[in-house]
Design a protein. Structure first.
Length: 175
């Protein structure tokens, strides 16, 4: 009778362990599926690096440094002015930069917002395009950037950048 009882308890313990094990697996699967599609919380370092990306872009485009400006994008990045394509991919964005005229325009950005997404970050910022070659400086236009950013091995980069002009276009303005 002790042997029968022992076998019964052993089977019962194996069944309990099997149920616990299956429960743990199902719990892990449920948690994993729930995490898919969730946004990753950005760190203070992420915010700083993204702000620096915006600054590097502005300084590079203002002095027409094609290599540095293009380096703010992913290799397959897209750059638009409204629905007009400025450049797609590294070569397209470089060509856009090489075709720009160098003048005393400055890109002034403010009110940067950064929102985490499952794929990276959505960014938005206001732009005032200012001609500092005139006295007093002249505002050439106002716009908003709508950006998609991703973190690459080289740091945060623009995956897609769209300049949406606001108000009537200024004569000869080019973002």
């Amino acid at each position: 009778m002790v042997v029968v009882y022992g076998i019964f308890m052993l089977k019962r313990n194996v069944n309990v362990l099997a149920v616990v094990f299956l429960g743990a697996i199902l719990g892990e699967l449920t948690w994993s599926v729930a995490q898919q599609g969730k946004t990753k919380e950005l760190t203070a370092q992420d915010y700083t690096e993204i702000q620096q990306l915006y600054a590097r872009y502005n300084f590079a485009i203002d002095v027409n440094d094609a290599e540095k400006m293009t380096a703010t994008f992913t290799d397959d990045g897209e750059f638009y002015n409204g629905s007009r394509v400025n450049g797609i991919g590294r070569d397209g964005i470089l060509a856009f930069m090489h075709n720009r005229k160098l003048d005393m325009r400055r890109h002034w950005n403010t009110n940067l917002t950064i929102t985490s997404t499952p794929a990276g970050v959505k960014g938005a910022v206001y732009l005032l395009l200012v001609d500092v070659g005139k006295q007093p400086p002249v505002i050439l236009g106002a716009a908003k950037y709508a950006d998609t950013l991703v973190k690459t091995p080289k740091g945060w980069r623009f995956k897609k950048r769209v300049v949406n002009n606001e108000g009537p276009p200024a004569a000869g303005s080019q973002q």
